[in-house]
Design a protein around this ligand. Structure first.
Ligand SMILES: [Fe+2]
Length: 325
């Protein structure tokens, strides 16, 4: 099957809301694309979306600040391990200086012949900025992070697993992905047109205990991949179930996109998603993405109750950030 085109969004369970917002918007210079709440469960939790100028699929990182609910995750195998971001290769010096100035420890690394910087989100999730001059996605820019250094969004993910072979089979047969590189315990798959936004790396860690699969602060929860539309999503779901991977959810309405979740053989939770035509413009103008707290129609009548249970955060609106450039 060849229905998966690349990344749609990556979803993390982080710690505190303000800390997460300041990390992604203040430190990394990503755009706040949407502020809403988790649609599942009964405990109100924020859902923050970060990405590029347009909030394009593949650039997006979304976060549930789960520390408020008192649920802490455990990192391990069978789980997404590293958030890989891309920026121009000659911006790595800028990012090294910026991380140091803001008090973040980092380590330069080279993997698959690519250079980058490794550091951590305050909640402990691992991040990397990788130099990639072939990434043509248009970034959001700020006064402190102009286009010459701006992060273009999610480049890929690194998934920890114990055994590569069952996951390789899934990636090739269900995803139609191509194994493109290996480097020691690491294996790269690319899908669609390949490159930034179409990369999934796996690292084999057979001696590491399994990580948690629940929502839990300090752990990535799932990664969503892009399919064209509802028909392609159904074809994908039917195909995956038909070859025996029956741990697949029903279609869920996420207001901005529609989602099907499935557990992969290596343990990580993946999703197939397609954006609705209006995407994030269904409830905010593009120039005001992230400026307001938005709720889907079916939660709007509970706005006061939900917002009262969420710790307020301080933020600058998109127009203020744009005007300061
Ligand atoms: Fe998702």
């Amino acid at each position: 099957m060849n229905l998966i085109q690349g990344h749609h969004h990556l979803t993390l369970c982080v710690g505190k809301a303000q800390e997460d917002y300041d990390f992604h918007v203040g430190l990394l210079g990503l755009r706040s694309v949407k502020k809403t709440v988790l649609f599942d469960g009964t405990v109100p939790i924020y859902h923050f979306y970060y990405g590029n100028e347009n909030g394009d699929p593949s650039t997006l990182i979304t976060c549930f600040p789960f520390e408020q609910a008192g649920v802490i995750g455990r990192k391990g195998t069978g789980q997404i391990k590293i958030v890989n971001l891309s920026a121009p290769s000659d911006s790595l010096d800028f990012w090294a200086k910026r991380l140091k100035a803001k008090g973040y420890a980092f380590k330069p690394f080279e993997r698959f012949g690519e250079k980058g910087l490794h550091f951590e989100h305050p909640c402990g999730i691992e991040y990397e900025i990788v130099g990639d001059d072939k990434d043509t996605r248009k970034p959001w820019t700020t006064r402190e992070t102009p286009a010459s250094v701006a992060i273009k969004g999610l480049r890929g993910i690194t998934v920890s697993l114990k055994d590569m072979d069952p996951q390789s089979e899934f990636m090739e047969v269900a995803f139609g992905a191509r194994k493109t590189k290996t480097d020691g315990p690491c294996t790269r798959f690319e899908m669609g047109v390949g490159g930034a936004g179409c990369i999934v790396d796996f690292v084999r860690e057979p001696d590491l205990a399994q990580g948690t699969w629940t929502f839990g602060a300090g752990t990535p929860h799932h990664c969503a991949f892009k399919v064209d539309n509802a028909d392609k999503q159904k074809q994908f779901k039917d195909f995956v179930e038909g070859i025996g991977y029956t741990d697949v959810s029903d279609v869920k309405d996420r207001n901005y996109f529609h989602s099907v979740y499935f557990r992969t053989p290596g343990g990580a939770l993946f999703e197939a998603a397609y954006s609705i035509p209006e995407s994030f413009e269904i409830d905010e103008k593009r120039s005001e993405f992230g400026d307001h707290f938005m709720l889907p129609p079916w939660l709007e009548d509970r706005r006061d109750e939900l917002m009262a249970k969420l710790e307020p955060i301080e933020y600058e609106t998109s127009s203020v950030i744009a005007a300061a450039r």
